[in-house]
Design a protein around this ligand. Sequence first.
Ligand SMILES: [Zn+2]
Length: 579
Amino acid sequence: MSLFKSNPAAAPGSASRLTIPATVEQVLLAVSLLWALTANRFFFSAALKGRSFDDPSAWGFAAAMVVLVLALHLFLLALVANRWTVKPLLVVLIITTAFASWFMQAFGVYLDPTMVRNTLRTDPAEASELISAALLLHVLIYAGLPLLLLWRVRIVNRPWRRAVLVRLGLIVVAVLAMVASVMAVFQPFSSLMRNHKEIRYLITPSNYVWSLGSTLAAEARGAAKPRQAVGLDAAAGPSWAGRTKPKVVVMVIGETARAANWGLNGYARQTTPQLAEIAAQPGSSLISFRDVQACGTNTETSLPCMFSAIGRRDYDEARIRGTDSLLHIVARAGVGVQWRDNQSGCKGVCDGLPNDAVSKVNAPGLCEGERCLDEGLIADLDGRLSEVVAGFKPGAAPQFWLMHQLGNHGPSYFRRYPPAFKRFVPACEKDDLRLCSKEEIANAYDNALLYTDHVLASLIAKLKSRAAEVDTVLLYVSDHGESLGENGLFLHGIPYAIAPDVQTRVPMLMWASSSFANSTGLDWDCLRGRAAQTPATPVSHDHLFHTLMGLLDVRSTLLEPSLDLAGQCRVPGNGAVLK
Ligand SMILES: [Zn+2]
């Protein structure tokens, strides 16, 4: 019997002994019960957090939550399932729910619209690292067994009048059960929903169905509208005309590097030995910002936000995605923009602008399939600098080169660095983090930071060696942090409002070539002094747009001088040569 075909013609007596006769409503009840009991463990533990099972009211609350989740899914399924749709619908939902519940339980993932958007954007290389034997076993048990039963089910049909009545009755009963379960524990339930709104994104599968619908609707709305041009007044600042040497602003967008494990920030382990050495040199222009807040907890959120004038302080995702990024604005003013990617793309930030990927450019020995080591970002840097120097004419526009790292992208931290950087051992060398101890995970994570330290230090060395020919500045900042098992959480992407510091605190640094500051009217010592203050000056991704506009010397009414980190350290009459 086909999985998708009900068998109304089969007379009761002729049914095979192996088939299970059931009405659509019975199937829906069974599946809702299955999900309530197997897919919502994370929701129940979050809802019951802080309660003791010695207290009888905790049992009442738990029972009410189970009934609520069961009735909710029964109600939703009853609205869409009929004798023809029930099997295909449940096949898709049962499989997806098994995957969803595994990721939620393994990594503490909340399936909100941001996370679903992030998942939809995952490239095959990223996805393959998330597949593990444990995941497949989980799916086999929680989807395979139910599907086996569903396959044997023979849908028993009722005459249509009776079918309609039964369905309406089921919907009414489900609604009454939801209302009754909420009313029975109204006080604690309403305070839970008020204080932990994000918990609703743990109710599976309605969480991902809702988030998917809202994400697709938002994308459709966005796709229907052209990107809104902003900063149309952006224009070259006065320093451009006086240029006698090319200027290149390099920005490295880090991935999943968290401030807590950053050597320069005082982490117990030295994860940034090469940068620390540069910082210790007399008169070093390396500046580390120690208190930096990311805009989001995942790449999909942070990247567009980092390059918008709106930022987190006035956060509006649709507006950020629907308007020009900093790159579009400065390119319009004449800046030579180039995005080089070693990850999952620029998330719309560089749309329509020159961009390429490390896996596509020649980076010998650094790539395996689509995955490349981050040194690929700078492999041809010398050549690019030579080109700029050769093509320079006095007064030429600055260059803005962006490099998007693979950085510490998890869960396979050990794949992010070559063997020479395997210094903290034993390091977790499995794609499934649950097979490693916390120490092994932290070791692999820290080794990946050692490699980023090496990439950044090599980049600085290259820029420094060309300082006589070209003025350069480097800005490095990570897009978000990472959980390494603290409070049972792994990876990142927790809703921003409840995200732990390890996911939102990121490393950030700046470095400038010897004559960069002078040629742009910046007092670098002043900037270093501001960053070195104790307590550390709070910085956030909101500063990036304005600081980069300042470094490129692009003028626009969009600029908020108070958010330009170097703003207070600029010599009046920007462009004047210091001393
Ligand atoms: Zn990221």
